[in-house]
Each structure stands twice: as C-alpha cells, then as structure tokens.
Design a protein around this ligand. Structure first.
Ligand code: FES
Length: 158
C-alpha cells in the first residue's frame, strides 16, 4: 500500500506535532491503513523528532496496533481460562475453518484477520469474541457464521 506523506503529516499537525500525542497519531494511522506501515512511522519520527525506536516501542506495546498489514475486520477470540472451558478453542477452530486461515493470519482478500487473546476481562459473558470494537457474548460454534455474515457485503453472504 502506498503511503501519502502529506496524509501522515496532516495526522501529526492535527495534534500540533506534540510528542505526547503519539498514541493519537498512531491511532489515526492505524485507522487509515489498518496497520502501521514502516514508512508512516518514519515520517512521524521525522516530523515530531521522536526517535523511530521509541515509536516502534509504543506500537508494539499496545495490542490495538499492528506493524503487519491487517484485514479490514479484526476477529479476536478469547482463549482465557473461563472462555476456554466453555468452548473457546472450538470456536476458534470454527473461525479458522470458515475463514480458511489460522490464528495470526489474514484472509487473502484482506477482509479478516484472526487473533487470540488470553482474557478480555469480561469472563462472565464468555466465550467472548470481539470483532473490531464489538463484543459478541456467549458465542457458540453455531453463531460463528451468522456473526461473520454481519461483516460481509450482501453479495458475499450468498
Ligand atoms: S477468559 Fe475470556 S474474557 Fe476472561
């Protein structure tokens, strides 16, 4: 994907090039590209004066950021103890089967990325699956396809 230098600079100037706004700047870039392209981080570094190594440190610390290209929708399946004992692993396997990818991968069409997490802090409503910012509580294998369909266009659902 081609990075527009002017666009990255506009994200930086939106926050007056302030170093303390780094997370907000990275959030804007992540929202635009679905990940943090290396060229974009270099431009942020040059524009703000923050060393690239520090920017990468922040980017790798927060799970919301990705340094690798991500699908348009991020599917996160909880495999923490509470979700695991209620079938979390089977649900993960169902997502892997339906999306034809393994956890940590992105579909060929760039639509979905699949990842796991150790606990989302809402064990009472498990098994939990989060797609983008939406929590799907008490998920079952049977709910996997209906959930995925919500994120597909009408043509893809057929
Ligand atoms: S174990 Fe899944 S939310 Fe805590």
């Amino acid at each position: 994907m081609e990075i527009q230098e002017s666009k990255i600079k506009s994200f930086v100037t939106k926050y007056n090039s302030e170093k303390k706004a780094l997370i907000s700047i990275l959030q804007d870039i992540q929202e635009e590209y679905n990940y943090l392209p290396q060229d974009a981080l270099r431009i942020v570094s040059e524009t703000t004066g923050i060393p690239l190594i520090d920017i990468v440190g922040v980017a790798t610390f927060y799970r919301a950021f990705s340094l690798e290209p991500r699908g348009r929708h991020l599917v996160t399946v909880c495999l923490g103890t509470a979700c695991h004992v209620r079938g979390g692993l089977k649900i993960l396997e169902e997502f892997e089967k339906k999306l034809n990818i393994k956890a940590g991968e992105t579909t060929e069409d760039g639509k979905f990325s699949l990842q796991t997490v150790a606990c989302l802090g809402c064990c009472a409503i498990g098994p939990v699956v989060v797609i983008d910012d939406k929590y799907h509580a008490q998920t079952t294998i049977r709910k996997v396809v209906p959930i995925l369909k919500k994120y597909m266009t009408k043509r893809e659902r057929k």
